[in-house]
Design a protein around this ligand. Structure first.
Ligand code: LLP
Length: 427
C-alpha cells in the first residue's frame, strides 16, 4: 500500500478514484497480492527437500467470488467446499474434481447426490451420513472417494465460535469412534475410504495445536495401517491466522512456520510406517484475508458519549467485528498524510447498537464525505454479507497493478424483491 497525494493506493490504484467511479460501499481485492499469497504457500509446501506431497485446497466459504476462484484455479489450487452452491462455483471456475473436497456436517440427500455425481471427494461427518451416502452411491451405481472427518479434540486459543476441533464441537466423528467408522466404510461396495480429515479452528496464531492434531491424525493412520486399511491422504484443514492488528502482526505465523510444525511430524511418522500419504491443507483466511479492503463513505460525524463516525457499510457487509469481536484496521483513505488526532468509534448504518466496525480508534479529523478503508476483509467479508435492513449488497472490484475490473455488480432495490411473492389474496 503506497500513499500519494494524501490518498490511499491499493493494487496500484487510487482508492478515492475507485470510490468515485463505482460508489460505496465497495469491496476491492488485489489480484497481485492474492497470487503472491498462493505462491508463498506453494513454495513452502512444494520445497524439493520435503518428502511430503501437498495439495492446497482453498476454503471457498472465505471468498466465493467467481473471478477470485478463477485466479485460484489458474494458480493450481484445489477447493474445500461446504455446500452444493460452493461446489458449483468451484467447478465453474475450472477447478478439477480431483482437487475438490465436499465438506459439511449436515448434508442433504441432494448434496450427497450432487457430490457423487460430480465425482469429487467427500468428507463424511457422521455414521448416519456414511450409510446415507452408501445408499446414494448404490443407487447411482457410482463409487465415491471419501475421507472421514475426525474430531481430534484439540483446543486452539481462538474465539470459541471458530474453534471447530474441540470434543464439544459439532464437527466430525468422535476420535474414539474413528476406527470403527472406517471399518464400516470398508463394508460398502461403492465407498472407497481414501483419507482422514480434520479442521481444528480458524485465526490460529499459536501453531503448537497443529502439531498436536498432526500427531493425533497419524495415530489413527497407524491404527488403520495395522488393520490393513491404507489411505491416500491426510487433510489437516485450514486455520492459519493473519495479522489483523499491530499486536497480531508481531506474532503472525507464516506458511513456513506451519510447515515447520507439521512436516517433520508427518515425515517421521510416515517413514516409520513405510507410508507416503499426500497432505491436504485447506487455508481460507491466510490466502484471501489480506487481499481486500472495504471502502465506505462517512455519512455523519457525531460528537456524543463518544465521537461516532457513521459510515455506509455495517454488519450487513462485514459481520466479523460484531460476531467475533474481531479487530479490523481502519484508515481514512483521503487523509493518509494527516496526523491521527482524535478518538473515534466507527459505526455502520444498521439499526442495532452492536453495529460497531471499529471501537476507539485514533484517526485524523474526519468529516462527512470522507472515505474509510477497512483492511483485511478478503476472507469472511463479502461471503458473510446479507441484505439486512433492506440494504442491497455492494459491488466488488478486482485491482491488479493499476488495472481495475468490476467482479460483482452492486445489487439494487429490485434484488430485494427478486425472490419475493405476495399471495393474490393480499393484493
Ligand atoms: N476447512 C474447513 C473444514 C473449515 O470449516 C474452514 C473454516 C476452513 C477449512 C478454513 O479455515 P481458515 O483457513 O479460513 O481459518 N467466519 C469466521 C471463520 C469461520 C471458519 C469456518 N471454517 C471468521 O470470520 O473468522
Amino acid at each position: 500500500m503506497a500513499k500519494e497525494d494524501n490518498h490511499l493506493f491499493f493494487g496500484g490504484v487510487d482508492v478515492v478514484e475507485l470510490a468515485e467511479r463505482y460508489g460505496t460501499p465497495l469491496y476491492v481485492t488485489d489480484e497481485t497480492m492474492l497470487r503472491a499469497n498462493i505462491r508463498n504457500y506453494k513454495r513452502t509446501f512444494g520445497k524439493p527437500n520435503t518428502d511430503i506431497d501437498t495439495d492446497i485446497f482453498f476454503a471457498v466459504k472465505a471468498n466465493g467470488n467467481l473471478a477470485i476462484l478463477k485466479v485460484l484455479a489458474q494458480e493450481g489450487m484445489g477447493a474445500d467446499v461446504f455446500s452444493a452452491g460452493e461446489l458449483h462455483l468451484t467447478k465453474l471456475a475450472g477447478i478439477p474434481r480431483e482437487k475438490i473436497l465436499f465438506n459439511g456436517n449436515s448434508k442433504s440427500e441432494d448434496d450427497l447426490r450432487t457430490a457423487v455425481e460430480s465425482g469429487v471427494k467427500i468428507s463424511v461427518d457422521s455414521r448416519d451420513e456414511l450409510s446415507a451416502l452408501a445408499a446414494v452411491t448404490d443407487e447411482l451405481g457410482k463409487e465415491a472417494a471419501i475421507a472421514i472427518r475426525v474430531n481430534p479434540d484439540v483446543s486452539p486459543a481462538v474465539n470459541p465460535k471458530i474453534a471447530t476441533g474441540l470434543k464439544e464441537s459439532q464437527f466430525g466423528v468422535p476420535y474414539h469412534e474413528i476406527i470403527s467408522v472406517c471399518e464400516e466404510a470398508e463394508q460398502y461396495r461403492n465407498i472407497a475410504l481414501k483419507g482422514l480429515h480434520c479442521h481444528i479452528g480458524s485465526q490460529i496464531l499459536k501453531l503448537n495445536v497443529f502439531g498436536e492434531a498432526a500427531e493425533k491424525m497419524m495415530n489413527l493412520v497407524e491404527q488403520l495401517h495395522e488393520r490393513g486399511m491404507e489411505l491416500e491422504f491426510v487433510d489437516l484443514g485450514g486455520g492459519l491466522g493473519i495479522g489483523y492488528s499491530d499486536e497480531d502482526k508481531k506474532i503472525v505465523p507464516t506458511p513456513d512456520d506451519l510447515a515447520e510444525v507439521i512436516l517433520p511430524i508427518l515425515t517421521d511418522r510416515m517413514n516409520s510406517l513405510g507410508l507416503n500419504l499426500k497432505l491436504i491443507l485447506e487455508p481460507g483466511r491466510s490466502i484471501a484475508g489480506t487481499t481486500a479492503i472495504l471502502l465506505s463513505h462517512v455519512n455523519a460525524v457525531k460528537p456524543a458519549h463518544k465521537i461516532f463516525v457513521a459510515i455506509d457499510a455495517g454488519f450487513n457487509l462485514l459481520i466479523r467485528p460484531v460476531m467475533y469481536d474481531a479487530y479490523h484496521e481502519v484508515v481514512v483513505a483521503n487523509r493518509q498524510n494527516e496526523r491521527a488526532s482524535t478518538l473515534y468509534t466507527v459505526v455502520g448504518p444498521v439499526c442495532e447498537s452492536g453495529d460497531i466496525i471499529a471501537k476507539d480508534r485514533m484517526l485524523p479529523a474526519v468529516k462527512r464525505g470522507d472515505l474509510i478503508a477497512i483492511q483485511d476483509v478478503g476472507a469472511y467479508g463479502f461471503s458473510m454479507s446479507s441484505q439486512y435492513n433492506g440494504r442491497p449488497r455492494c459491488a466488488e472490484v478486482l485491482v491488479n497493478d493499476g488495472t481495475v475490473d468490476l467482479i460483482r455488480s452492486r445489487e439494487g432495490i429490485e434484488d430485494l424483491l427478486r425472490t419475493q411473492k405476495v399471495p393474490d389474496r393480499l393484493m
